[in-house]
Design a protein around this ligand. Structure first.
Ligand SMILES: NC(=O)c1ccc[n+]([C@@H]2O[C@H](COP(=O)([O-])OP(=O)(O)OC[C@H]3O[C@@H](n4cnc5c(N)ncnc54)[C@H](O)[C@@H]3O)[C@@H](O)[C@H]2O)c1
Length: 323
């Protein structure tokens, strides 16, 4: 297939673009480099640099003809989305609208969209199934849910074959591709930075009703996540919008992440206990039964230490990230 990867200069998009190249797909990356890195664009792909907010640019790019689009490009910082909701809706919703309109004009029939566990807000039941109520608690999650619904409507009206993948916490690295966010808000790279720089990391909340009092999250290796995209790209039929949760189905607590990072790095990591943050649910764990049953997907690297050691290896090879 010929595939366009929006956001392919970012963390997850670069890993998946490299998997596409390896699987023999012709791959083009669209990214405005607002958060991504030119050095993260994989060999064997072509970068078209521009924003999804530029309708003419998006139309022009799609007009060269693609079989499918993997749509990673988005703003994805929860705190920033609370402060700048208009910017988040514009980028994530209007950007996707431009993409969908350009796909329709160009006759591009397949789409896989990166959604998030944040659409579920504070769930009543875990593991979280796709049928759980979608009640996001911040503009980032709401903007992703709005896109989910937009895609559902377009799939039905325009015979698009679409899949939404709702990721839980993505972790790890793959070869020369790794996580280099500014600012970094994800726990594993923050813990590893504390290990590398002999600084400290905060544990927010130690009085949750969990096995050790700290919040439990579902971590998925970025390579396992990527494989799900390749399966999803081929699976949906025209007019169909599939929605899948993507996680390990097992949760790890913040303290377990810190302990695993101490074992992997062999370093003391100073973990400072701090009060809970507003809006942080105690446990977020995915049920990935639906994607396992439909697409035969299952994680090959479900262990926390494997994820942390891949991330650590990348960080040691790239002490200054991609810069
Ligand atoms: N990292 C996670 O744990 C996680 C969890 C759930 C969902 N997601 C979703 O997965 C996707 C990828 O996440 P990531 O961690 O790789 O993020 P990232 O910030 O590393 O990558 C996103 C890329 O999109 C690009 N981009 C943003 N807006 C754009 C626009 N208007 N036009 C063109 N390019 C644009 C950025 O420059 C960046 O390279 C996002 O949609 C995110 O919401 C990520």
């Amino acid at each position: 297939m010929k595939v366009l990867v929006t956001g392919g200069a970012g963390y997850i998009g670069s890993v998946v673009a490299s998997q596409l190249v390896e699987a023999g797909h012709e791959t083009v990356v669209l990214d405005d480099l607002s958060k991504g890195h030119e050095d993260a664009v994989p060999e064997g792909t072509r970068l078209v640099c521009g924003s999804l907010l530029d309708g003419d640019f998006v139309r022009g790019t799609l007009s060269e003809g693609f079989d499918g689009v993997l749509h990673f490009a988005a703003l994805s910082l929860v705190g920033e989305s609370v402060e700048q909701p208009e910017r988040y809706y514009r980028n994530n919703v209007c950007g996707t609208l431009n993409l969908l309109e350009a796909m329709r004009e160009a006759g591009t029939g397949r789409l896989v969209f990166s959604s998030t566990a944040a659409v579920y807000g504070e769930p009543q039941e875990v593991p979280i199934e796709e049928t759980a109520p979608a009640l996001p608690t911040n503009p980032y999650g709401s903007s992703k849910l709005a896109v989910d619904r937009l895609i559902g409507a377009v799939a039905e009206a325009r015979e698009l074959a679409a899949t939404t993948l709702r990721y839980f916490n993505v972790a790890g690295a793959s070869g020369r591709f790794g996580e280099d966010h500014h600012p970094e808000t994800h726990l594993i790279p923050l813990v590893l930075k504390a290990a590398a720089q002999s600084s400290s990391v905060k544990i927010f909340g130690t009085d949750y009703e969990t096995r050790d009092g700290t919040a439990v999250r579902d971590y998925i290796h970025v390579e396992d996540l990527g494989r799900a995209h390749l399966l999803a790209l081929e699976a949906a039929a025209p007019g169909e919008h599939r929605v899948y949760n993507l996680g390990n189905g097992a949760g790890f607590s913040v303290k377990e992440v810190v302990e695993a990072a101490r074992r992997v790095t062999g370093r003391e990591i100073d973990a400072v206990e701090a009060p809970r943050r507003a809006g942080d649910p105690p446990v977020l764990v995915a049920s990935s039964e639906r994607i396992r049953a439909d697409l035969g997907w299952k994680p090959e690297k479900p262990g926390l230490e494997a994820m942390i050691s891949d991330a650590w290896a990348w960080m040691r090879d790239h002490p200054d990230g991609y810069e």
